[in-house]
Write a protein that binds this ligand. Structure first.
Ligand SMILES: *[C@@H]1O[C@H](CO)[C@@H](O)[C@H](O)[C@H]1NC(C)=O
Length: 285
């Protein structure tokens, strides 16, 4: 029998043959009952580092690193006392080695920090030298909870909005503030119409009764719809430290309107002005 093969086929066969070989006989199996064992593997000169980031070894301790050799398959836990702040950090979720320096960076990125209603996660890394000694943690502290937000509402009080819709807006604002009362958030409410009017500047409400009365007192102005002018007013007159707006907190502007504004040609520049002050904007129709 005669075989014919084209040159290109031959070349591609040769090309495919340039991969590495796998020895089918000398497999070694490394085992451990530790949770998540094998998640990260780092090869060093004389051993392997294998992490088990989900291993919960104490109430607040999570994540172990093992050193393993393949000569007599066997893994040993590397003794390490985690710093107190590194609660449930999942040590070994990331692990990377620098073959030149013979160092390995081992990280635990899941340290929870309860910040009022949300949990923020922090991480910590350690440099481990060739003899498996852990260095100092970096960073060596947990970031404090960030202050929350200053939120300004801008309600459409123009003639085109019915009294019923205006009541709905007020209820929406009240409910939203109510739901965030326990968090470190300040609120301001303004109304826009022919000219904007600020009902209250950045305020932290301590009770829902004071909130109720404050919102109830807001009545509709009933003029024309100057949205851009009002946005500019809030950016320049409300989101300022003199009026209690805080530096370094998230600033949010929520505009509630029924639609068309008389100064829509200026909306773009008003939005840019807000953008330049890092104010996040939402429009609700
Ligand atoms: C750490 O994780 C364990 C197990 O999930 C949990 O019981 C414990 O409350 C956690 N500790 C903290 C401070 O979150």
């Amino acid at each position: 029998m005669e075989w014919t093969i084209s040159v290109t086929t031959l070349l591609s066969v040769l090309h495919a043959a340039l991969c590495f070989n796998i020895d089918p006989v000398a497999w070694k199996t490394l085992r451990s009952a530790a949770a998540g064992f094998g998640y990260q593997v780092v090869q060093r000169q004389s051993d392997l580092l294998i992490s088990a980031p989900l291993e919960q070894y104490s109430q607040n301790g999570r994540g172990k690193i093992y050193t393993c050799t393949t000569s007599s398959p066997n893994c040993q836990n590397i003794e390490f006392e985690a710093p107190g702040f590194a609660v449930n950090m999942s040590l070994g979720l990331t692990m990377k080695s620098d073959p030149t320096a013979q160092n390995t960076v081992v990280c635990g990125p899941t340290i929870p920090n309860d910040c009022n209603s949300i949990t923020m996660y922090n991480g910590v890394c350690f440099e481990m030298d060739h003899s498996s000694t852990f260095g100092t943690p970096r960073p060596d502290f947990i970031q404090a909870c960030p202050p929350q937000a200053d939120i300004a509402f801008l309600l459409d009080g123009s003639i085109s909005v019915s009294s019923r819709d205006f009541q709905t807006m007020k209820k929406f604002v009240k409910d939203l503030i109510q739901s965030l009362l326990s968090i470190d958030t300040q609120f301001s409410v303004s109304q826009f119409s022919t000219s904007p009017q600020v009902h209250f500047y950045c305020t932290k409400f301590s009770s829902s009764t004071s909130l109720d009365t404050t919102i109830k007192e807001i009545s509709k102005l009933g003029g024309t719809t100057y949205t851009a002018k009002a946005i500019k007013h809030v950016v320049e007159k409300v989101f300022i430290p003199q009026r209690g707006s805080r530096q370094n907190v998230k600033k949010v502007l929520i505009v509630i309107t029924d639609g068309q504004s008389h100064d829509r040609n200026h909306l773009h520049s008003a939005a840019q002005l807000a953008e330049s002050k890092n104010i996040v904007r939402f429009a609700i129709g």
